[in-house]
Design a protein around this ligand. Structure first.
Ligand SMILES: [Zn+2]
Length: 206
């Protein structure tokens, strides 16, 4: 499996080979450009595909042959969707996991507690879920995760264990922050693409 470590080793070895060859024969600059291009491509792939396990371990499926799915909902709790969602789940007696954004949880505490009281699992989805979250240092990411953790601890009186990376993006700093928090990172293997769905039928099909 391609990981950050194996990509770094491959990049280092290939760069060394190019440099050695360059001392004897003139290696065209194109080879260096291609090496950097493919290395960058590997880093991009690792960051944007949560199932890749490139930077860190993320649980994306269960090891089972049973026909079961685990439903997860991100970004709440929100007055506009969460109550409807809770009602549908309750009508069908289905349990799910809600990866809540800390700042939403802090402003919708009753709703957060309702999700918890109905027996669903609450996971953290960071405090800010900021657009630039993935560019933060490991320290700042950890501080953000701590802030969310404190909200869940205060409102639910329990320690959150599960974490979903905002946007599903992973990188070495997030790995450090998640490890320091003692969280297990959860990804997915099927995505409804509800944030970009143009019509109800298309979304239903997904
Ligand atoms: Zn999200």
């Amino acid at each position: 499996m391609l990981t950050f470590r194996s990509a770094n080793i491959a990049f280092g070895v290939l760069l060394l080979i190019l440099l050695v060859l360059d001392m004897q024969y003139k290696v065209p600059a194109l080879f260096y450009i291609l090496l950097v291009f493919f290395y960058s491509l590997a880093l991009f792939y690792g960051s944007y595909f949560v199932q890749s396990q490139f930077y860190m371990k993320t649980v994306c499926k269960a090891d089972t042959a049973e026909k079961k799915i685990a439903l997860t909902f991100d970004d709440g709790p929100l007055n506009s969707y969460t109550p409807q969602l809770l009602s549908v789940l309750s009508n069908h007696n289905v349990m799910a996991t809600f990866f809540c954004i800390g700042k939403n949880a802090a402003t919708h505490t009753a709703l957060l507690r309702q999700v918890h009281q109905q027996g669903h699992i609450i996971g953290s989805h960071s405090f800010s879920h900021g657009l630039w979250f993935d560019l933060l240092s490991a320290k700042k990411m950890e501080a953000d995760l701590q802030q969310a953790h404190a909200v869940f601890k205060k409102e639910l009186d329990c320690n959150i264990k599960w974490f979903r990376p905002p946007y599903g993006v992973t990188n070495p700093n997030l790995k450090k922050a998640v490890e320091r928090m003692g969280y297990t990172a959860i990804g997915w293997n099927v995505r409804s693409m509800d944030t970009v769905a143009k019509d109800e039928q298309g979304l239903l099909k997904n």
